[in-house]
Design a protein around this ligand. Structure first.
Ligand code: FAD
Ligand code: NA
Length: 389
């Protein structure tokens, strides 16, 4: 094995590290992934029958206010001017999300001004008086009042967590955004858009360098592979972006994750729902939302004979499921602290990314965090001989 640096995981964190190490430091990088494609959860592919780009691990919208990340990603792709908006279908009516003045006025059949709406929600949110919210339901009511909470949040959250909200901790929500204007743009960031030629073109361009040796279908714990934890440990510098509990053989217990199931359907019509994402916040619908992929790229000349939708269901992840969102119970948090100590002590291995740090990271955060790790740890190690820790 002739690599200067091994990167485990070819998601946006690992890709950023590999790209910088090859281009900036001239290092030979082995980039390994157990999946048979690069890009981690941002991966997408064009459906062969319809040509419609489908995000394989759930819809991915790029947005950032970080100028350094924006400049960096634009080295590999341009972005369309797509602006994300979400609607929600409650009790036979469709409302704009997140909750804004349009949602409030439609819901209460009113024409409130911003000040009137603010006063109404404050009055409804005061229902609990001085009582400290004891669970998720009370916290939700204290933030946006009972009517809006019950319509748009309660069952949606119950479906996401497969748990009665009375049993969920108040700490799951710290704020629920309510906008007292008609602005229903989903993200507030300076930059937003979708990669013009698709995610995979972008991700492949990051890995396209003669010094980057991409090895797919390679699990880092498979001891029949040339590169695996046992052969590498302590010998070659590693950036590991897989699950931290797995790396240490679950010695401190398994960290909890939620996963999603995505049910794809190709329909023989031009347009199913008229928008890219429709939430379903009611208890009698089993899925949380439906994505319709053609609407992410209105600028493309997609077929009018078919459309692709994906229903999204949420549940707790078992060990063999894809881990998507950290659950973060008290037990998870204390386990994580112990894993962090082990990670620090692990020679020549840096842990990064969503799975390596047990943190939900948006794409721009994964990239930003990888750029920082490169500047603060990898470059000083290779350029100045600083220890890798
Ligand atoms: P990942 O993309 O998860 O990559 C980790 C890689 O490590 C994987 O390819 C995995 O196969 C590999 N790996 C794991 N274990 C091993 C092993 N033992 N051996 C070899 N390889 C291994 N972000 C946004 O900005 N906008 C969005 O709209 C958005 N939507 C999302 C929707 C969902 C459902 C999810 C789950 C995430 C979403 N994200 C979104 C977040 C985005 O996916 C992450 O920012 C990104 O995945 C982080 O990259 P990463 O490299 O840390 O992890
Ligand atoms: Na370490």
């Amino acid at each position: 094995m002739s690599a200067d640096l091994i990167v485990v995981g070819s998601g946006l964190f690992g890709l950023t590290i590999a790209e910088r190490a090859a281009n900036d430091l001239g290092l030979r990088v082995a980039l390994i992934d157990r999946r048979n494609h690069i890009g981690g959860n941002a991966y997408s592919e064009n459906d062969p029958a319809t040509g419609i780009e489908v995000h394989r691990y759930g819809a991915h919208l790029f947005h950032t206010s970080n100028e350094r990340v924006w400049e960096y990603v634009n080295r590999f792709t341009t972005f369309t001017n797509y602006v994300h908006k979400v609607y929600t279908s409650h009790a036979g009516e469709v409302y704009p999300m997140p909750v804004n003045l349009g949602t409030i006025n439609q819901f209460f059949r009113a024409a409130y001004s911003p000040a009137e709406a603010r006063a109404l929600i404050a009055e409804q949110a005061a229902e609990l008086g001085d009582k400290t919210p004891e669970n998720f339901v009370e916290k939700g009511i204290s933030l946006i009042g009972r009517p809006l909470y019950e319509a748009f949040i309660k069952h949606y959250t119950a479906k996401q967590w497969q748990t009665d909200p009375e049993q969920l901790e108040a700490s799951i929500i710290s704020r629920l955004p309510v906008r007292y204007t008609y602005d229903n743009r989903y993200f507030n960031d300076t930059h937003e858009g979708l990669p013009t030629q698709g995610y995979t073109a972008w991700l492949e361009r990051m890995a396209d360098h003669p010094l980057i040796d991409v090895r797919l279908g390679t699990d880092y714990f498979d001891t029949s592979q040339e590169i695996n934890r046992d052969t590498v440990r302590g010998n070659v510098p590693v950036v590991y972006t897989g699950p931290v509990d797995r790396y240490f053989d679950y010695s401190e217990g398994e960290l909890g994750w939620r996963t999603i199931d995505l049910e794809e359907e190709v329909l023989p019509i031009e347009d199913f729902q008229g928008t890219s994402v429709m939430n379903y916040p009611d208890a009698d619908v089993p899925y949380t939302r439906i994505h319709e992929f053609r609407h992410f790229h209105p600028e493309r000349d997609y077929t009018k004979d078919a459309t692709i939708i994906m229903r999204e269901y949420s549940r707790f992840a078992g060990r063999d499921d894809e881990p998507y969102y950290p659950i973060n119970t008290d037990a998870d948090r204390s386990g994580l602290l112990k894993y962090r100590d082990q990670a620090k002590a692990e020679p020549k291995v840096l842990f990064g990314g969503r799975l390596g740090t047990y943190k939900y990271l948006d794409m721009h955060m994964a990239i930003g965090s990888a750029l920082s790790m490169f500047d603060n740890k990898i470059k000083p190690h290779f350029a100045e001989g600083a220890p890798l820790e």
